[in-house]
Design a protein around this ligand. Structure first.
Ligand code: HEM
Ligand code: HEM
Length: 127
């Protein structure tokens, strides 16, 4: 699919989601190979928030392109992704024994959730 057929933010979002998927799968293989499951929650949420949720919302944007006329879509994209990076970095550090990283998990989770709230708001306005 080229950008001629898909609005650019939807295309970018699907590509980033696919990168999260690849990263999550590689993590799964590394965890299985090393028998070190400390990062199972990171792996799970990279696959489920980074791939499944981001790709699903990207497909919603692709099928309802008027949603991309709103800044809410850009707010969602950035908060979802940056929030996930912060949340996953915090969770990984926490699971490796840095208890002080716990607030990062909360900040990242709230940012991602706010991002998804913008998606929900946009959906209710436009559909
Ligand atoms: C190459 C592919 C994958 C491999 C090798 C893999 C491997 C693993 C491993 C080793 C665990 C830890 C199990 C444990 O702690 O006992 C795990 C957990 C998990 N994986 Fe994957 N995984 C893969 C793909 C996926 C995908 C695509 C998803 C979701 C879309 C996913 C979702 C999960 C979830 C939710 C958990 C946590 C389960 C729990 O803690 O109860 N995985 N995976
Ligand atoms: C900001 C969003 C989210 C937060 C803060 C969050 C938080 C959590 C927490 C605290 C756990 C328990 C972990 C444990 O028992 O060690 C968990 C587990 C789980 N969550 Fe989420 N979650 C979020 C989004 C999602 C989404 C969108 C999905 C699915 C699409 C999902 C699927 C799961 C699954 C399958 C588990 C069990 C696997 C595991 O223990 O790692 N979560 N989540």
């Amino acid at each position: 699919m080229s950008n001629e057929t898909l609005p650019s933010l939807a295309a970018t979002q699907l590509k980033i989601a696919a990168l999260w998927l690849l990263f999550g799968l590689v993590m799964g293989i590394v965890m299985a190979a090393t028998h070190d499951f400390r990062l199972n929650g990171v792996h799970a949420h990279i696959n489920l928030l980074g791939w499944a949720t981001l790709a699903l919302t990207g497909l919603v944007y692709a099928s309802v392109p008027t949603m991309l006329k709103s800044r809410l879509a850009y707010g969602h994209f950035w908060l979802h992704n940056l929030g996930l990076v912060v949340m996953m970095t915090g969770l990984a550090a926490f699971r490796f024994g840095f208890a002080a990283a716990e607030p990062l998990i909360a900040v990242g989770a709230i940012a991602t959730t706010l991002g998804v709230a913008l998606f929900v708001l946009n959906l209710f306005y436009r559909v």
